[in-house]
Design a protein around this ligand. Sequence first.
Ligand SMILES: CC(C)(COP(=O)(O)OP(=O)(O)OC[C@H]1O[C@@H](n2cnc3c(N)ncnc32)[C@H](O)[C@@H]1OP(=O)(O)O)[C@@H](O)C(=O)NCCC(=O)NCCS
Length: 137
Amino acid sequence: MMQGNNHPKGKLILRTLAMPADTNPDGDIFGGWIMAQMDIAGGIMAREKTCSRIVTVAVESITFIKPVHVGDVVCCYGEVVKIGTTSITINLEVWVKPSLNRPSREELKFQVTKAAFTYVAVDHSGRKQVIQRDCVC
Ligand SMILES: CC(C)(COP(=O)(O)OP(=O)(O)OC[C@H]1O[C@@H](n2cnc3c(N)ncnc32)[C@H](O)[C@@H]1OP(=O)(O)O)[C@@H](O)C(=O)NCCC(=O)NCCS
């Protein structure tokens, strides 16, 4: 089994709570819900870094390390790893603070998922556009 490090890499972008509506029939949180949270978090960071409308173009190396349970606090951390001409790639890590209802809570916080999300800066017609580096918005 792949194991995360002891500390999240990058900046905390998003925190939310895993709710019963986000589970599969076995009571674990859907991977797709976690991916959506990561896409939102990466999108926030990509917008801040590019000062542009952005679209997700690719998701690479997504790894679900541990399950997420209802009541866990889900925290998405992001780190820009590449800025190209029109694209920006962000490594995202998801960590959880386990629910108080979990039977064993040895770890106060642990990594559950990681992936690299790539976004492309686009204009209002959806055409790619060059990223303005060092923009402030
Ligand atoms: C994103 C989009 C505008 C790119 O248009 P395009 O003219 O085909 O662009 P290109 O193939 O030249 O790629 C643009 C950039 O994305 C990068 N890119 C494209 N495919 C990639 C992939 N699979 N992985 C990583 N980077 C990728 C390219 O390397 C390029 O980066 P650079 O300019 O920094 O060098 C277009 O593909 C699109 O609109 N896709 C749908 C996006 C969307 O709707 N996302 C939401 C999910 S439903």
